[in-house]
Design a binder for this molecule. Structure first.
Ligand code: G4P
Length: 529
């Protein structure tokens, strides 16, 4: 095996998808504890932004900025180098999360056993499905009285359009929760409440009829387990790795992250089955991790989070080959060379300078305004990776400079923050100087205002506009597109890449335009797929 292939086979890069409060922070912390990356519980800051006011949100983001490494947490476990990508908790920043998912090879979905499938999880699952990302599922909080496990699995299948393959099965729930039975290993894991103890080891049992089960969990729960297992085995086919890899089926684990129960088995299982760095589709061709030449793409930019350093970090996912420090690479969009003098890796909770990195790794590049989200670095080839789109905003505002003396700062701030993906900016064809903002959530508007003030010493004001729906529009018939744009000039905006976007004030108005223009294609993402 070559060094490249060895390094590829070590990597496991994934993100956790969940609705706020399902237990993402708690699970992250347990994973890092097992990986030896942290030593005390409570070291991972909760992303409790969903309930926070904007000031709390900004404060939290600033804290994150100072330890920016929490965006990617690297640790070693059972010979694999694991890169766990953190994604923003707040739904208003879901675009950032969607793009983050382009940089991972699999996902871990956390479902709260009491609340079942929730909105955020549903949205993120759609993104995973678009990319056929393999998903493992952890049903959390079994120490509470939750939904019936069978009902929960039905709900997951029905709402998320993915088949479930239970690997463990809970014995009791809430106050009566006794542990889980591993359907594959045919072993028992006994639950003990409490946060500080180590996970319990498996107790091997001689199949589901072993009287040891009755002894350990009591005969009525043992009997119920036997019935459950019989039903589960009848309803669900056994786990099949190919189905998982294709994103069609998800292995399901039950546990309680807070009580440190079930998370280690989950991690062990992911280490065994989760994909190595996968090939990534570029506009030009498929790029394989094993290719000797380095390629990578920027999926996130984080600017000015540390006010003392005014630094901006571009997060680069390595797709193929070996990345080396101080090497001249090709910046495809800019058509220029780029050399990383101090690339950083995110190990444990620190940021450290590295000399090399491999497919699956995520590194931080010090950025002086060179990068935009979606940019590609290569050894010379002109490839552009797909899967890092902008999504149609749902809230629109006209934005104006509020302080004529700070015109320069205003434009610089607006451009940089749009490049970072805080908001989307559009221009109007008939009023070239006017700018329209598009966001997914209200909080983004407040964050933009706040960051313009604190980081660029500039201020802005918003005015509502009568627009609620946007679609990127294109056509194979260039003349038809041109005529359409001219005829609808007041309803057309232009994004930062020069693509046309049709804005409408209602679904009804959009549908009418759609029906009347069969030669045009309308899309809700900038990648127009
Ligand atoms: P998030 O990052 O997905 O938003 O969730 P987080 O881990 O912060 O967990 C949300 C809440 O659920 C926390 O309680 C956490 O302690 C609790 N929790 C996580 N796992 C379990 C579990 O297995 N069982 C039970 N019963 N609770 C669990 P909180 O009161 O909101 O916060 P805190 O004060 O405990 O930090």
């Amino acid at each position: 095996m070559t060094e490249l292939s060895q390094e590829i086979h070590k990597r496991l890069t994934f993100a956790i998808i969940s609705h706020p409060d399902a237990g993402k922070t708690t699970i992250t912390e347990k994973l890092l504890l097992f990986g030896g990356a942290i030593h005390i519980a409570g070291a991972v800051k909760s992303g409790k932004s969903a309930r926070a006011a904007v000031s709390d949100f900004m404060k939290m983001e600033q804290e994150r900025g100072i330890s920016i490494s929490t965006s990617v947490m690297g640790f070693e476990y059972r010979g694999r180098k694991i890169n766990l990508l953190d994604t923003p908790g707040h739904a208003d920043f879901s675009e950032d999360t969607y793009r983050g998912l382009s940089a991972v090879d699999s996902a871990l979905m956390v479902v709260d056993s009491v609340k079942g499938v929730e909105e955020r999880t549903r949205q993120l699952c759609v993104v995973c499905r678009m990319r056929a990302t393999p998903i493992a599922t952890f049903v959390n909080k079994l120490d509470r009285e939750g939904k019936d496990p069978m009902e929960l699995l039905d709900e997951i299948e029905r709402e998320l359009a993915v088949e479930v393959r239970p690997v463990t099965w809970p014995i009791g729930q809430g106050k009566l929760f006794k542990g889980v039975y591993n359907l594959v290993e045919k072993s028992l894991y006994l639950f003990a409440a409490g946060q500080d103890h180590l996970p319990t080891d498996a107790i091997p049992v001689n199949g589901i009829d072993d009287p040891l089960l009755d002894e350990k969990v009591g005969s009525s729960l043992a009997q119920k387990l036997r019935e459950d297992v019989e039903m589960v085995s009848g309803v669900y086919p056994a786990f099949d790795k190919d189905e998982y890899m294709a994103g069609r089926a998800t292995p399901v684990f039950f546990g309680s992250a807070l009580n440190n129960f079930g998370v280690r088995e989950l991690l062990d299982n992911m280490v065994d089955i989760a994909p190595y760095p996968t090939p990534k589709q570029a506009e030009e061709r498929m790029v394989l991790p094993e290719e000797a030449k380095f390629t990578g793409f920027v999926f996130k930019i984080h600017a000015n989070m540390n006010p003392k350093h005014r630094d901006r970090i571009a997060f680069l996912r390595i797709v193929s080959g070996k990345f080396e420090r101080n090497t001249l690479y090709y910046h495809v969009r800019a058509g220029k060379t780029f050399r990383a003098a101090n690339p950083t890796a995110f190990m444990s909770q620190d940021r450290e300078i590295i000399d090399e990195a491999w497919p699956g790794d995520i590194i931080g590049l010090h950025d002086t305004g060179t990068f935009k989200i979606g940019d590609t670095l290569t050894e010379g080839e002109g490839v552009n990776f797909k899967g890092i789109p902008s999504f149609a905003p749902q809230i629109f505002r006209s934005i104006m400079n509020a302080d004529p003396l700070k015109e320069k700062q205003y434009h610089k701030g607006l451009d940089q923050l749009a490049e970072e993906g805080v908001v989307q900016i559009f221009s109007k064809i008939h009023q070239p100087n006017a700018r329209v903002l598009g966001v997914v959530g209200q909080l983004q508007l407040e964050v933009l205002q706040n960051r313009l003030e604190t980081e660029y010493n500039a201020s802005c004001k918003y005015e509502p506009i009568d627009v609620s729906i946007a679609h990127w529009v294109t056509s194979d018939d260039e003349k038809a597109l041109k005529n359409f744009v001219e005829a609808n000039i007041r309803r057309i905006l232009v994004d930062i890449r020069g693509n046309y976007v049709l804005v409408s004030d209602s679904e009804w108005a959009f549908n009418r335009i759609h029906q009347n223009n069969p030669e045009l294609r309308f899309y809700t993402t900038s990648e127009m797929v």
